[in-house]
Ligand binder design. Structure first.
Ligand code: SAH
Length: 339
C-alpha cells in the first residue's frame, strides 16, 4: 500500500517525495560524516514498500524485493545519484523473495563499480563490506545501538561473539577495550570476512576464528563448565545474535526453544559478573516471550541474570512506525550474570 488517498497520483514526484523524506530523516538524526554505513531507505517503514537502499561510504546498494517496487528503481537511482553524489550504486536484485513474483534475478552496477570488498571506517571501526558477495546488502546496519552496549562492559575482557558475520560486535568490543574475542559463524565466507576485518583493525592476533554451527560450539564448550565442574568459565561477555529462527507464527515454539538453548549454554560459559547480550530479530517472537525464554534458560543453568539494558534496532535508519507492527523486529537484552 502506497497511500490512503485515492486521488494521489503515483508518479515520479510521489516516489521522489518519499525518498527525500526518508533521506531528510537520516540527515537530521544521524551524523553521516561519522556514521558512514546507513540504511537510507527501509521499505514499508519508509513508505516505499519493497525497496531498500543502503549506503556504504561512497557506494550504495539498492534492492528491490517486490514487483511493485520494480517501477520505482529508475527514479530511485536518479534520486540517489543526485542527492548523495555517490560513486556507484549496486542494483542487487538477486534476493530469493523475488522469485515469488516471478521477478528476474540480476545484479548490475550503475556509475562506477567497486572493484572488490570495500574498506569502510564508520564510527571509529574499520569494516570490510562485500557488497556483491556478502549476506543481504553486505552488512547488518541495524545493530548499531547494541554495539554501544559493549561500552564500559568489556574493558580488558574476553568476548565470545556467536553468529558473528564479519565480526562487528568483536570490532566494537576491541574499540571499547576488550582483550580478546572468539568469533563463531557457520558461514566460511563470514569467517573469512571477519579475519580480514580483524586484520584491518589490527586485532587479528587477539581473535580466534571458529567456523562452526554455534549450537554445536556452545553445546560442546559449555559442557566443560557445568556448575558442578568447578572450572572457571572463560568469557566476560557473550554475544548471541542469531539469524531469525522463524519467519512464521507456526514455528514460534521451536524458535523460543532455540533462543533458550543458546542462552543456557552462554550462561555456563560466562564468568560470574560477566554479561550476556542476547538478540532476536524474529518479528513473530514478542519481547516478553523472548525475555521469558532467556530467564528460563538462566534458571536451568543455575544462574541469575540481572537485567542491565534492553533495546531495539537502530530506529534512526530502521524506522519503527506505529501503523506497522512488523517494523519493530529486532530486540535485545543485556544481562549481568550472577552464578
Ligand atoms: N552479529 C552480526 C550479524 C549476524 S547475522 C553483526 O553484528 O554484523 C547472523 C549470522 O549468523 C550470519 O552471519 C550467519 O552466517 C550466521 N549463522 C546462521 N546460522 C548459524 C549457526 N547455526 N551457527 C553459527 N552461525 C550461524
Amino acid at each position: 500500500m502506497l497511500t490512503r488517498r485515492a486521488q494521489d497520483p503515483i508518479d515520479e514526484n510521489f516516489v521522489r517525495a518519499r525518498l527525500l523524506a526518508a533521506l531528510d530523516r537520516r540527515r537530521k538524526l544521524i551524523d553521516l560524516s561519522r556514521i558512514t554505513i546507513v540504511r537510507l531507505l527501509n521499505s514499508e517503514a519508509d513508505f516505499v514498500p519493497g525497496l531498500v537502499v543502503d549506503k556504504y561510504g561512497d557506494y550504495l546498494v539498492l534492492q528491490s524485493l517486490a514487483a511493485g517496487a520494480e517501477k520505482f528503481i529508475d527514479t530511485a537511482l536518479d534520486f540517489y545519484e543526485k542527492e548523495t553524489g555517490c560513486r556507484g550504486i549496486l542494483i542487487k536484485n538477486d534476493a530469493q523473495v523475488r522469485k515469488l513474483e516471478g521477478l528476474e534475478m540480476y545484479s548490475q552496477w550503475r556509475g562506477e563499480s567497486a572493484s572488490g570488498p570495500l574498506r569502510i571506517l564508520s564510527d571509529g571501526v574499520h569494516y570490510i563490506v562485500d557488497l556483491a558477495g556478502g549476506q543481504k546488502t553486505g552488512f547488518f546496519a541495524d545493530q548499531r545501538k547494541a554495539y554501544g552496549l559493549l561500552e564500559g562492559r568489556v574493558n580488558g575482557g574476553a568476548l565470545l561473539d556467536c553468529f558473528s558475520y564479519s565480526g562487528a560486535f568483536s570490532m566494537n568490543a576491541f574499540k571499547y577495550g576488550a582483550k580478546s574475542s572468539v568469533i563463531v559463524d557457520v558461514s566460511k565466507e563470514a569467517v573469512e570476512l571477519a579475519r580480514e576485518t580483524a586484520r584491518l583493525n589490527g586485532v587479528y592476533d587477539r581473535c580466534e576464528f571458529v567456523c562452526a554451527n554455534a549450537f554445536d560450539y556452545l553445546k560442546y564448550e559449555s559442557s566443560k563448565y557445568k556448575a558442578a565442574s568447578g572450572n572457571e568459565p572463560p568469557f566476560d561477555f557473550v554475544v548471541l545474535d542469531p539469524p531469525t529462527f522463524t519467519k512464521s507464527k507456526s514455528h514460534v515454539g521451536e524458535a523460543l526453544r532455540g533462543y533458550k538453548e543458546i542462552a543456557l549454554r552462554a550462561a555456563r560459559l560466562v564468568k560470574n559478573g560477566g554479561f550476556i547480550l542476547t538478540c532476536s530479530c524474529s518479528f513473530h517472537i514478542t519481547m516478553t516471550d523472548f525475555y521469558d525464554s532467556q530467564c528460563a534458560a538462566f534458571s536451568d543453568a543455575g544462574a541469575v541474570g540481572y537485567l542491565a539494558g534492553a533495546g531495539f534496532q537502530d530506529e534512526r535508519d530502521h524506522p519503527v512506525i506505529s501503523s506497522m507492527p512488523e517494523s519493530l523486529y529486532l530486540k535485545y537484552f543485556i544481562f549481568q550474570m550472577s552464578k
